[in-house]
Design a protein around this ligand. Structure first.
Ligand code: MN
Ligand code: MN
Length: 479
């Protein structure tokens, strides 16, 4: 047979070629608030406070308020209530309550709001070669040399001896000072640096932040630059060196999110892994204005970049407790009901994947690698060395997500994290999967993930937000 044949291949298309006029306007509005979100939420603590403020503006109320109301009047209907709950200033969970019991399952979009960075050591301040430096311990997977020679800002909290909590954000405003890690100049690099392997171009103990240079006036004291800067810190914040021990200060790239490209089609910024998914899940949730059958939950976790350990991570009790509290609002709680609820739930592990980088295309299997601007990625598994340490999503759940996306007109692509045995990584999907939740990784692809300037496609941001919204709105009975 000759002539026109049907095309049975998996379609792959640039989102840009499929957009309509109103989509372009949607992108502009969405990306404007996305960039603001990135600028104001560089750390997990800031992400929680920005998210909480947005939640309040969108009619969400703290769970404690609903619990009090419920105690007074248990017959008040819950369906349609918008609730949020926070955990230790580093996690937030938001929910719109549906009309069916939570014990029958809920939908979940879970992302993480921590990003790789340099954390100050507990006792960070030293003087070396007549300069004051801050010692750091890097957090998460970074190429250490990325953090040298760029302006850094300091974000975090300090708890003082006299009982104050200082919220620090220094280096973001136009007239703020910034900080930096100094690499060795090229003229003298030959012996000290050029023989090193890439991960050691800058070593961990060389990630010292230049902090100040003026010494105390001449005297017999040693370390006069350190003494001088302690005076400055005390004048500015009323703190002593000991107060720095009870602080959490994170050094992150200073500056704002920017448009990238002559066509302004991309966003460049620090921390898009994974605030791009956190933001898109929020935008999707805030866009829901029809009654839901199933309760929709949006969760933002911390500590994903260091293996989801600790009491603000996905492995902490916060998520389970929050769902238990939601059940307890609807009916008498017991742990059997909680387990049943998880078993009936469906989720997206909202995290980024790795787009093909034209400078290093050889690390990908191109049949299974996502492209920038080609829609939200669906990643069945991550892991390394033969799918170790990953959630390998069920075909049933993948089928369901694929259908939801197709029915909503979402442009999506199938993704894998690099060639087999090329490297690898993971997400927290595996921890939620253990609870019995059907879960799969799905989020936009980035270029230069974990660098100080990650790049995303504006078209993928729109697709991701729409995809998450469609996932929340899907009615399980149709399955
Ligand atoms: Mn991530
Ligand atoms: Mn990451």
């Amino acid at each position: 047979m000759t002539g026109q044949k049907n095309d049975f291949t998996l379609p792959r298309m640039s989102v840009w070629n499929k957009l309509e006029e109103n989509d372009l306007q949607d992108i502009e509005m969405l990306v404007k608030s996305y960039k603001e979100y990135l600028n104001n939420a560089k750390t997990e603590r800031e992400a929680v406070s920005v998210t909480e403020a947005m939640a309040l503006m969108n009619g969400f109320v703290p769970i404690e308020e609903i619990e009090r109301e419920h105690k007074k009047n248990p017959s008040t209907p819950l369906a349609g209530k918008k609730i949020y709950v926070t955990n230790k200033n580093k996690n937030i969970l938001l929910a719109i309550i549906g009309s069916t019991p939570i014990t029958e399952g809920f939908s979940l979009i879970a992302s993480h709001i921590d990003s790789p960075r340099l954390d100050l050591k507990p006792n960070p301040l030293i003087e070396k070669e007549k300069l004051a430096l801050l010692k750091t311990h890097y957090y998460g997977g970074i190429k250490k040399y990325h953090f040298a020679n760029i302006p850094l800002a300091l974000h975090g909290v300090i708890f003082t001896k006299d009982g104050r909590k200082i919220n620090l954000s220094l280096g973001e405003k136009e007239d703020d000072p910034v900080f930096t890690v100094n690499d060795i100049l090229i003229h003298l690099s030959k012996k000290v640096q050029y023989e090193r392997k890439t991960p050691d171009v800058i070593k961990g103990e060389e990630l010292n932040i230049l902090f100040s240079s003026i010494p105390l006036p001449e005297g017999d004291k040693k370390k006069r630059v350190k003494l001088m800067v302690l005076d400055i810190l005390n004048a500015a914040y009323g703190i002593t060196e000991e107060d720095l021990v009870s602080a959490e200060i994170e050094a992150v790239p200073a500056g704002k999110a920017r448009d990238v490209g002559m066509d302004r089609s991309m966003v460049g910024a620090y921390g898009q892994d994974d605030k791009i998914c956190a933001f898109c899940s929020l935008a999707a949730l805030f866009d829901i204005n029809t009654p839901l059958a199933e309760t929709s939950v949006v969760l933002m976790a911390d500590k994903e970049e260091i293996g989801s350990e600790g009491n603000t991570s996905m492995q902490s009790n916060f998520f389970k407790l929050s769902i238990a509290r939601l059940i307890a609002l609807q009916e008498e709680y017991n742990s059997l009901k909680l387990m049943k609820s998880f078993m009936g739930s469906r989720a997206i592990s909202a995290d980024v994947s790795a787009a093909i980088n034209p400078n290093f295309p050889e690390v990908h299997d191109h049949n299974n690698a996502p492209r920038l601007g080609y829609g939200i990625a669906i990643t069945k598994y991550t892991g390394k060395n033969g799918k170790y340490n990953t959630n390998d999503a069920n075909a049933e759940h993948l089928y369901s997500v694929r259908n939801i996306y197709n029915e909503a007109g979402i442009i999506w692509q199938s993704a894998e994290l690099g060639k087999v045995d090329e490297g690898g990584g993971g997400t927290f999907a595996k921890f939620l999967a253990k609870l019995g939740i059907d879960i799969i990784d799905s989020g936009p692809a980035l270029l230069s993930t974990h660098s100080t300037f990650e790049v995303s496609s504006k078209a993928d941001i729109l697709m991701t937000k729409k995809a998450y919204k469609a996932f929340m709105l899907f009615e399980k009975t149709k399955k």
